[in-house]
Every structure is written in structure tokens, then in C-alpha cells.
Write a protein that binds this ligand. Structure first.
Ligand SMILES: [Zn+2]
Length: 179
């Protein structure tokens, strides 16, 4: 707990938490995660610049299902599919996942929740956040207007593109699972 408190004071998001205690206490955590810490997300990006701002809260639904709810937003650089130069993309996602402690529990989880499997002592938070960010990636990124992007973009040129999570069977994570 003291480790988490110290990390929180630095504004960094905790790497792992005690899931049972967090659910019981309806604990809230917020902070930032450097994109450079999220290797699987980076596979979709131009570089590892940027960081994600994350807020999460643990709790239960009416049926007593342990839940993790959160919000995450990040500015990342993808590759423009028209000119192949970097384009800054704003990612934003709201999520709600069910916390389970075995495959068996995951099978019985209410279908409305994606299961996240924790062990009794610790829940790794970064992979959960990373999955949600990957799901929120646009299928393709484009500049509104491709210009002369031979040079690194200036602030004025990096117009963030608002994106919605791709809510269809061709979403990025689905494609990954099929591989
Ligand atoms: Zn472009």
C-alpha cells in the first residue's frame, strides 16, 4: 500500500493493485502511463511518444460482480494511410470489465462484461488499460489534409483526430485474436 501511495504522489498510475481489497474499498486510482511502457500498443503506432491519462474505480454491480470501471485518454502518433507520415491521434475510451479469479469464473461472468482474470493478491493494471487503448484505435488514421510532412510536424500541424472505439467485428483486437 505504501508503494502505491508513493507512486500516486508522483502522478503515475499504479502498475498493480490488490484486487480484493480494491473492490471492497471501491478504490479509485488515477495518473499517467507513458506510451513507452505499453509495447503491444506501440506495435500500432509510429513511435512511443505520448502518455495516457487514466482514471479507474473498483466496485460491484447489483449482482455482486466485481467490476473495474475506467476512463482513459491519450494522444499518440499513428501513420497516415494516405501520405505515410506521422499523424497525431486522440484516443478516448470508457470501459467496464468484470474481475474474476479463474477461467471457470470467467465462463460464468455476465456476458455484458469482458472478463479480466486476476490472482488473489494482485491485478496487473497496465495490460487492462493497454487492451482498452488498443480497442479504441481507429482502423485507419489520416491527416485531415496531408501536406508537406517531410519534416517533423509542428504543434499547429498536429491536429488531433477524434476517434470512436471501433465497435464492430473487425476491431483491431479481434484481428489480433484471430492470428
Ligand atoms: Zn497524411
Amino acid at each position: 500500500m505504501s508503494t502505491i501511495a508513493r507512486i500516486m504522489n508522483q502522478g503515475l498510475f499504479p502498475v498493480r493493485v490488490d484486487p480484493l481489497k480494491s473492490v471492497e474499498q471501491e478504490a479509485e486510482f488515477s495518473g499517467s502511463i507513458a506510451v513507452s511502457k505499453l509495447g503491444r500498443l506501440q506495435d500500432f503506432l509510429q513511435d512511443d511518444s505520448g502518455e495516457a491519462q487514466v482514471e479507474i474505480q473498483f466496485g460491484h454491480d447489483e449482482q455482486g460482480t466485481a467490476l473495474l470501471r475506467g476512463k482513459c485518454h491519450a494522444h499518440v502518433r499513428m501513420t497516415c494511410q494516405r501520405c505515410m507520415n506521422p499523424v497525431e491521434v486522440a484516443l478516448a475510451t470508457d470501459f467496464e470489465v468484470g474481475i474474476v479469479f479463474s477461467d471457470e469464473q470467467a465462463k460464468h461472468l455476465d456476458k455484458q462484461y469482458e472478463p479480466v482474470i486476476a490472482d488473489a493478491e494482485s491485478l496487473e493494471l497496465l495490460p487492462v488499460i493497454e487492451d482498452e487503448l488498443i480497442l479504441s484505435l481507429p482502423m485507419y488514421a489520416y491527416h485531415e489534409q496531408c501536406g508537406d510532412h517531410d519534416l517533423v510536424q509542428t504543434e499547429e500541424e498536429t491536429t488531433p483526430v477524434e476517434t470512436e472505439a471501433p465497435n464492430n467485428p473487425f476491431s483491431v483486437l479481434e484481428q489480433l485474436k484471430k492470428k
